[in-house]
Design a protein around this ligand. Structure first.
Ligand code: IPD
Ligand code: CA
Ligand code: CA
Length: 298
């Protein structure tokens, strides 16, 4: 019997001239499975990375675990969707020019997976338990699936276009704050010391005195997931890449929030300077960032 099955598979390969494909899983299930497997492996490597290198600045870290996790995710995705394209952070040369070129090329793809194998590498390296795997799928440039997995808290955030955001089966909703003064906003100390960090510092300075408080956890994707389920009222950071934002942006939009660039243009996968919020404080957040000259957009 087994021999028969194998020979049928072989004849299918011969007919189609493509490798046999495991085709029964939905993209969302594949994203969840990939994030979960990679996340568990990353957690098992906590404190045990073998290589530590830097990218655009001495503060921009990468380890063998980032690379291994991305390889694992790529293999899992391609097992199910061998014709899809993948834009993964560790497959792109460091720096804004290379990432812009990679994104421009990838934007032509019909189905594009956008992967950050570890968002929060600095935290991973220092044992600070706040990092995640972020996986998104875009169809013709529009994000339709977003999955973010925090292996430390074992929290899996899942969003599908038009279907909301879920964390372990419970639907997520944005928070209710209507004023910046009642809000807790996530921010980032961007590793780019020439442009990203100084610009963010102007925004952080303005927001520190106009909000209830700020949080800089060190993972853009987890901050966005937290906005989506109401743990943060909003998030602002200049100088991010598509893989930091794509999955989380869908989550915020699907939970009733708003995601734009720092001058209020609706989110697309080319956005680098992001403002996400529960919607109610969005205008005030944008105004504060603009008044502080902290949009990063000329
Ligand atoms: C970084 C994190 C961090 C943010 C940086 C990102 P990485 O991603 O999201 O919170 O401030 O701008 O580069 O390098 O840990 O994947
Ligand atoms: Ca990242
Ligand atoms: Ca990363």
């Amino acid at each position: 019997m087994r021999i028969q099955v194998e020979s049928r598979v072989k004849s299918l390969e011969d007919k189609t001239k493509i490798p046999y494909v495991v085709g029964s899983k939905s993209p969302t299930a594949v994203a969840i499975n990939s994030a979960s497997k990679a996340g568990e492996w990353i957690k098992s490597k906590l404190g045990m990375h073998q290589e530590l290198n830097t990218k655009v600045s001495p503060q921009d870290l990468v380890t063998d675990v980032d690379k291994g996790a991305e390889m694992m995710i790529r293999k899992l995705i391609l097992t199910h969707f061998p014709n899809h394209d993948i834009l993964g952070e560790e497959g792109v040369a460091p720096g804004a020019t290379a990432s812009a070129a990679a994104l421009s090329k990838a934007s032509q793809s019909e189905y594009l997976w956008i992967v950050d194998p570890i968002d929060g590498t600095t935290n991973f390296v220092h044992g600070f338990p706040f990092f995640c795997v972020s996986i998104a799928l875009a169809y013709r440039g529009e994000v339709i699936v977003g999955v973010i997995y925090d292996p430390i808290k074992d929290e899996m955030f899942v969003a599908e276009k038009g279907k909301g955001v879920y964390i372990h089966g419970n639907r997520g909703e944005v928070s209710k704050e209507a004023n910046l003064s009642d809000s807790v906003i996530g921010v980032g100390f961007n590793p780019d010391r020439e442009f990203g960090l100084p610009t963010n510092m102007k925004g952080i300075n303005a927001l520190a005195s106009t909000t209830r408080s700020l949080r800089a956890g060190g993972s853009a994707a987890l901050h966005l997931a937290y906005v989506a389920i109401g743990r943060l009222s909003g998030y602002y950071e200049v100088g991010l890449n598509a893989w930091d934002i794509a999955a989380g942006a869908l989550m915020v939009a699907e939970s009733g929030g708003i995601v734009t660039d720092t001058v209020g243009k609706p989110y697309d996968i080319g956005v680098h300077h992001v403002v996400a919020s529960n919607g109610k404080i969005h205008a005030e957040l944008l105004e504060t960032i603009k008044a502080a000259n902290a949009t990063g957009i000329a």
